[in-house]
Design a protein around this ligand. Structure first.
Ligand SMILES: Nc1ncnc2c1ncn2[C@@H]1O[C@H](COP(=O)(O)OP(=O)(O)OP(=O)(O)O)[C@@H](O)[C@H]1O
Ligand SMILES: [Mg+2]
Length: 317
């Protein structure tokens, strides 16, 4: 595979660590990731911020995520640990069912990509939603400016514990997709975020019975992830700025859905503390107790999502 060239440039408006890229046309068999709802999009635009952009390799069906910088390598190393044939750590072995299958390191010209299974594979006209989980979205390496910047991105995160980053909804009635980008999620507050979730669940369409079933499936899936955090991940990993990717399709009385964890660019060992004293990690305690700590920041957000979905479910049934 060849044909992707990435040339770095500088631009003061870019995010920390981001670089401007100029991309030549993609090689045959490689396309921008269809159904992508958030994150860094592949674009030929000269002003693109794409460092960790995503592609799809058609013959394998794999999703390719460019490893732009150390965040990308951090994510790759976690995938390698989880999927290593030698892996003997129970928490990582159990984590396999909640993350995409890792397919190795792929190189297109000079650019390296993390290859993984496409979570939308096997779905006809999938509806997709990306939710960033956690009240705190800055990692232990963040300096004061980065912390302030992260907090200002979505101040509601502190009380809400999550943010909708993007939605791609398939409307059967009109056979079209409706897309909501990150600006939509930023406008939602703890009072109105239910509207955002309802938009994704699309109870407006006639098949309400199926949608109630869908809701049950999604909640059950979130409960299994919660169980992993409560029982298996104690003292292991801290997932910062990580997402839950929701996928579903409803066809011929059949409800197919899944929720998986993605985006591990900011996953750290659970004993890490923020550099600056301004950080108020929910689990920040003595070193000894923190070593056994749960990822309370992630759990807080995850349980909030479950809480909102349960409320919707009570009304819908
Ligand atoms: N395995 C996958 N299958 C299907 N879609 C995926 C998969 N991984 C990512 N995506 C899509 O790509 C989007 C962005 O992915 P991701 O969050 O990993 O990248 P990012 O936010 O750009 O990266 P980073 O936070 O590392 O800069 C997701 O919202 C989702 O729509
Ligand atoms: Mg992301």
């Amino acid at each position: 595979m060849n044909g992707v060239t990435v040339a770095a440039n500088s631009d003061a408006s870019l995010e920390e660590g981001d670089t401007e890229h100029h991309l030549s046309p993609l090689p045959v068999g490689i396309e921008p990731l269809p159904n992508q709802v958030a994150g860094h999009f592949y674009t030929k635009s000269e002003k693109s911020h794409c460092k960790n952009y995503l592609l799809k390799e058609n013959n394998t069906g794999y999703v390719l995520k460019a490893i732009g910088d150390k965040r990308g390598w951090r994510e790759l190393h976690l995938y390698e640990d989880i999927w290593s044939p030698q892996c003997a750590q129970t928490h990582l072995l159990q984590l396999r069912s909640f993350v995409p299958v890792f397919r190795g390191l792929v190189e297109l010209d000079d650019t390296k990509f993390l290859a993984m299974d496409d979570l939308c594979a096997g779905y006809q006209k999938p509806s997709v939603m990306d939710i960033k989980v956690g009240a705190i979205t800055y990692d232990p390496e963040a300096d004061k400016d980065k912390i302030e910047k992260e907090i200002s991105k979505y101040p509601w995160a502190k009380t809400l514990g999550f943010r909708i980053l993007g939605i791609r909804l398939y409307k059967k009635a009109t056979d079209e997709y409706i897309v909501k980008d990150s600006y939509f999620g930023k406008t939602l507050t703890p009072e109105t975020v239910t509207d955002g979730l309802l938009f994704y669940l699309n109870f407006d369409e006639k098949d309400c019975e199926q949608r109630s079933q869908l809701l049950k499936q999604l909640i059950a899936r979130l409960h299994s992830i919660e169980e992993w955090f409560l029982r298996s991940n104690v003292g292991h990993l801290k997932f910062i700025s990580s997402s839950l990717l929701f996928v579903y399709s409803l066809h011929d009385n059949h409800v197919k859905s899944d929720v998986k964890m993605i985006d591990f660019a900011h996953v750290f060992p659970n004993h890490c503390e923020p550099k600056s004293n301004t950080g108020d990690y929910l689990s920040q305690k003595s070193e000894a107790s923190e070593a056994k700590a749960m990822d309370t920041n992630y759990l807080f957000g995850l349980q909030k999502i479950i809480e909102y979905l349960l409320k919707i479910s009570e009304k819908a049934i």
